[in-house]
Design a binder for this molecule. Structure first.
Ligand SMILES: O=P(O)(O)OC[C@H]1O[C@H](OP(=O)(O)OP(=O)(O)O)[C@H](O)[C@@H]1O
Ligand SMILES: O=c1cc[nH]c(=O)[nH]1
Ligand SMILES: [Mg+2]
Length: 211
């Protein structure tokens, strides 16, 4: 059974149009990324384990449920930063562990430049956030790093994935859950997603062709 979930919802289709549109200005682009991330985040957390919790209301005691695992949000710098705040809105007690990667422009291979993960304290569940999953090279590196760290369960959230990138993650990490808003058919010869949205990091941070 596939663990890849393409989340279908009219709000997702609506806000996807905004991030795909090349005339969308950075402020509105960031807002749409946040809205999409929050919707996806609800789905990506829907089966997190819970434990009972007794709370005293002003009227009497009540038994509720609270999340029983330690969740870490793992944004892949830079573009993943745009998805952190909405997930923290949903999970204010989550830790945020940053990993910095960029793609080499000639080879499209990921190059690591920031990793301060400690030796211990791996979260039970890591929610990896990056708006784009193109060749799958960056997510491959991050999943391997989190497995090496000792994370029990890794979930990936991306706004737009390519079909080849999804096929790669499914093949190499069949136990990793992936939540996406869209799966586009292909990559161009610079390994950009087609139709995609261009460079997510540059559009979030308004740094066209920053190099
Ligand atoms: O699946 P892949 O082929 O590895 O491509 C996806 C990666 O490329 C983009 O990052 P980029 O290298 O543009 O860095 P940035 O976030 O700093 O812009 C994107 O945000 C992913 O991290
Ligand atoms: O289409 C793509 C591929 C990689 N990174 C992006 O930001 N966009
Ligand atoms: Mg980029």
């Amino acid at each position: 059974m596939s663990l890849v979930h393409r989340v279908e919802h009219p709000l997702i289709e609506h806000h996807l149009c905004a991030i795909r549109d090349k005339t969308t200005r950075p402020g509105e682009f960031r807002s749409a990324v946040q809205r999409l991330s929050m919707i996806l985040g609800v789905y990506a957390t829907q089966d997190l384990p819970t434990k009972p919790r007794l709370v005293a209301t002003p009227i009497c005691d009540a038994t509720g449920k609270e999340i029983s695992v330690h969740v870490g949000i793992v944004p892949i710098l830079r573009a993943g930063l745009g998805m952190v705040d909405p997930i923290l809105e949903l999970l204010p007690e989550a830790a945020v562990w940053h990993l910095g990667l960029y793609r080499n422009e000639e080879t499209a291979e990921p190059v690591g430049y920031y990793d301060k993960l400690p030796l211990e304290n791996a979260p039970n569940v890591a929610l990896v956030v990056d708006p784009m999953l193109a060749t799958g090279g960056s997510i491959d590196l991050v999943i391997r790093r989190l497995q090496q760290w000792g994370v029990n369960e890794i979930r990936v959230m991306s706004l737009i994935a390519s079909q080849p990138g999804i096929d790669r993650v499914e093949r190499d990490f069949p136990d990793v859950k992936v939540y996406v808003a869209a799966i586009d058919p292909e990559l161009n010869d610079q390994s950009y997603i087609v139709p995609g949205l261009g460079d997510a990091g540059d559009r979030i941070f308004d740094t066209p062709q920053h190099g």
